[in-house]
Design a binder for this molecule. Structure first.
Ligand code: ARG
Length: 461
């Protein structure tokens, strides 16, 4: 009962099952150091309001510093009958500074504004480290794009051959969504840097405590303008959960490519031994488990988001205990990405690609047909006509089981009056790729430029 922060109006303690349901130390203990940082800031506000003398404030601060040391060293842990991180730490503080002084700390604050502040400061720290781990995946993609600059591959839409592209262009296409994810994590930080401390239970405090003082002590940019919103909202936790789910989705799409590329049928890429696994029965197997776990965990991250959104929907203002259910989903998303991101970076960075295989497959499926049409447009043929002519060339080749590059001048004459030997010059994969030379296109010069742009964007992140 030492770790329980209420009781005066109750005849007895909670029943065992009630306590088991209510208890949160098994997951909220990870917030302990953030809670202590909040308490140290709160003690300064108590001092400024004249509710602690300066000797008391010094003793309180030293006591909280000692408690933080014990927590960090694993010397102080929640006990079985502590209800939550806040109760456990008050018990710990009293052990350090005595019950009299320890019992003064929570004047003018509630667990409601406390937890709302802690989750924000915890997220600020964790999202920064997730952003760094995402950046490692960007490094891996950039390094590979650089190493394989010039290698061609089939570009696909609908998973069907579409037009040849550079492998580097395709790899960088997986980088940009991750850049945006990092930017989302960064700009979410500005919204998280607003402190709910001082909101107390819901209405603010009558004790003259300065919420801005606490906010600035905690490294936040300001305090919340509305105490009800400060304690009742969890949209920022939902936003964090969404950005992490989006990271998972982006890794999952990259992973799906890796899985396909490593099949015998594609044969575009090989996984490094260190980033793949074998089969207990099939001796030949080399499985892309990292990529599959990325794909699988994306589902779990989406589940964390939808679960939290469902918890928030329809909640009346202000604080409701339902809000305690915000923590496990976001904690799980963070934990999963901490494990997943380094593995994806390792897998991507060590892939080896088969340039010859990709080049051989690049023109398959008549992927140069658009180049035939574009060639005719450059010779002033209307695109609608050019599209028809190129389509006829494809049909001609398909019925004779030949490729567009195998067409002779005689074949061209049979297909259309618009076609002559000049079209044969554009029927190469390299020419097709090099021709797409507008900003953002797959031409080697543009992709090199793009890689530079990625790197400078990364250095600004
Ligand atoms: N553990 C709660 C949470 O995570 C905070 C405590 C507020 N509890 C209360 N009975 N007012 O949201």
């Amino acid at each position: 009962t030492e770790g329980r922060l209420w009781g005066g109006r109750f005849g007895g303690g909670p029943s065992e099952a009630m306590f088991a349901l209510s208890k949160s130390t098994q997951f909220d203990w990870r917030l302990a150091l953030h809670d202590i940082a909040g308490s140290r800031a709160h003690a300064k506000a108590l001092l400024a309001a004249g509710l602690l003398g300066s000797d008391e404030a010094d003793a309180m601060d030293a006591g909280l510093a000692e408690l933080a040391r014990r927590v960090a060293a694993g010397e102080f842990l929640p006990a079985a009958d502590d209800e939550d991180v806040h109760g456990a730490l008050e018990r710990g503080l009293k052990e350090v500074v005595g019950s009299e002084l320890g019992g003064r700390l929570r004047a003018g604050r509630s667990r409601n504004d406390q937890i709302a502040t802690l989750i924000r400061s915890y997220l600020r720290t964790e999202l920064r480290s997730i952003a760094l781990a995402v950046d490692e995946v960007l490094d891996a993609l950039g390094t590979q794009a650089d190493a394989y600059m010039g290698a061609v591959m089939p570009g696909r839409t609908h998973l069907q051959s579409a037009q040849p592209v550079l492998l580097s262009h395709h790899l960088l296409a997986h980088a940009w969504p991750l850049v945006r994810d990092i930017e989302r994590l960064r700009d979410l930080d500005a919204r998280l840097a607003v402190s709910p401390y001082g909101s107390a239970a819901l209405a603010g405090t009558s004790l003259g405590l300065d919420p801005q003082l606490v906010a600035h002590e905690l490294g936040f940019s300001s305090s919340v303008p509305n105490s009800i919103d400060g304690t009742a909202s969890r949209d920022l936790v939902a936003e964090a959960t969404w950005v992490l789910a989006q990271v998972g989705i982006d890794l999952s799409r990259l992973s799906e490519d890796v899985i396909l590329w490593c099949t015998a049928e594609f044969g575009f890429a090989k996984l490094d031994d260190a980033w793949s696994t074998g089969s207990s029965i099939m001796p030949q197997k080399k499985n892309p488990d990292v990529a599959e776990l990325a794909r699988g965990k994306a589902g779990r991250l989406i589940g964390n988001l939808t679960g939290l959104l469902a918890t928030l929907k329809g909640l009346p203002l202000a604080y409701n205990r339902d809000l305690q259910e915000d923590k496990e989903p976001i904690f799980d998303s963070i934990d999963q990405l901490h494990v997943l991101l380094p593995a994806v970076a390792g897998m991507v960075g060590t892939l080896t690609f088969d340039r010859a295989r990709m080049a051989a497959v690049a023109p398959m499926g008549f992927s140069l047909a658009t180049d035939v049409a574009d060639h005719l447009v450059r010779h002033r043929v209307p695109f609608a006509v050019a599209h028809e002519v190129a389509g006829e060339a494809v049909r001609y080749c398909e019925s004779r089981s030949m490729t567009l590059q195998e067409l002779t001048v005689e074949d061209l004459g049979h297909i259309s009056e618009h076609l002559d030997a000049s079209v044969l010059d554009v029927l190469t994969v390299e020419g097709s790729v090099a021709a797409r030379d507008g900003r953002g296109g797959t031409a080697p010069l543009r992709v090199t430029e793009q890689l530079g742009e990625l790197r400078s964007r990364q250095s600004g992140l």
